[in-house]
Write a protein that binds this ligand. Structure first.
Ligand SMILES: Cc1cc2nc3c(=O)[nH]c(=O)nc-3n(C[C@H](O)[C@H](O)[C@H](O)COP(=O)(O)OP(=O)(O)OC[C@H]3O[C@@H](n4cnc5c(N)ncnc54)[C@H](O)[C@@H]3O)c2cc1C
Ligand code: FES
Length: 274
């Protein structure tokens, strides 16, 4: 039987510069890896090491998959991935972890909130939602970045502004003269009127821990049930498969039990929010 955790070689078929800090790598595995929205992969360049990245492309297109990599100061894996060129080979393990319960979301309003590079797994969720848009009651996106230049997926975000299937509001912490949208942190664009049937709606979020921490009281005040608030969580990882204990949140391993958790599951664990 094939070992799902064994590394495979995937060709870098495209590299897209999203902004000054983030590149999206389009990777082509020898055969589809069968990922679902919310899952992650361990990816590295040969001889360098590997790091976890949320898959950012549509699960309805499995020939290739995307990761969007934010370069870390002195980070050896993210630097190596930023230096990758089309035709290079990357080493991949996965898909790993759990995924968003898309079937449970059907018939409901889905309120997606993304911040910073946390928009990467949110893009996978949004593309999956939009692929079957008629199956969901409403699709809403609230997306915040530090400034206009640091936004990701700029063309896609622009196209969503006029897409009747999705209700979007964008914000940046600090604007420039080109910016036509809101200025302020992402919680300033989250309003109770955003959702029509809140007892049945689900919220989905990914961003820096501080953003998630500030989002929680806003989502609860809007009326979302704790078990209907889903977050993609990040913790430093090593093995990625529940063996080393590096990625604990309370009693959970993010790599194996997550990375998708409901607020209800993790609210009592302080290490979830740091
Ligand atoms: C489930 C999961 C999904 C992720 N998805 C993405 C993604 O889609 N895009 C993306 O750019 N990054 C993502 N990350 C973070 C990414 O894995 C790290 O940035 C990467 O491992 C850094 O590797 P490095 O060798 O370049 O840096 P290192 O040498 O390991 O570290 C350099 C710096 O980065 C910091 N760092 C390392 N790991 C993390 C982390 N998990 N979160 C925040 N800071 C970290 C270190 O504290 C240090 O300051 C994800 C992490 C997890 C656990
Ligand atoms: S990374 Fe080893 S247990 Fe999660």
């Amino acid at each position: 039987m094939e070992n799902p955790y064994a590394p495979i070689q995937a060709e870098v078929v495209d590299v897209i510069q999203e902004n000054s800090a983030i590149k999206t790598l389009v990777l082509k595995p020898p055969k589809p890896i069968g990922f679902r929205p919310g899952q992650f992969v361990m990816v590295g360049m040969p001889g360098v090491g590997e790091s976890p990245f949320g898959i950012s492309s549509s699960a309805f297109e499995q020939d290739t998959f995307d990761i969007s990599v934010q370069i870390q100061p002195h980070g050896k894996n993210t630097t190596a991935l930023h230096n990758a060129r089309p035709g290079d080979i990357a080493i991949v393990r996965g898909p790993l972890g759990n995924s968003y319960p898309m079937d449970y979301f059907k018939g409901r309003e889905v309120y997606v909130v993304g911040g910073g590079v946390g928009m990467a797994p949110m893009r996978a969720v949004l593309l999956a939602l939009l692929h079957e848009a008629s199956q969901y009651k409403r699709i809403v996106l609230r997306y915040g970045a530090r400034n206009p230049e640091l936004r990701m997926y700029k063309d896609l975000c622009l196209s969503w502004e006029t897409d009747p299937r999705i209700d979007v509001v964008y914000t940046v912490d600090v604007a420039d003269e080109s910016w036509r949208h809101n200025v302020g942190v992402v919680t300033t664009i989250m309003r109770e009127t955003d959702i029509q049937d809140v007892p049945n709606a689900v919220a989905v979020g990914c961003g820096p821990p501080i953003m998630l921490r500030f989002m929680v009281p806003v989502l609860l005040k809007m009326g979302f049930k704790p078990e209907h608030i889903y977050f993609s969580m990040e913790k430093n990882m090593s093995c990625g498969v529940g063996m080393c204990g590096h990625c604990r949140i309370g009693t959970y391993y993010v790599c194996k039990d997550g990375p998708v958790f409901t607020y209800d599951q993790i609210r009592d664990f302080p290490d979830a929010w740091t």
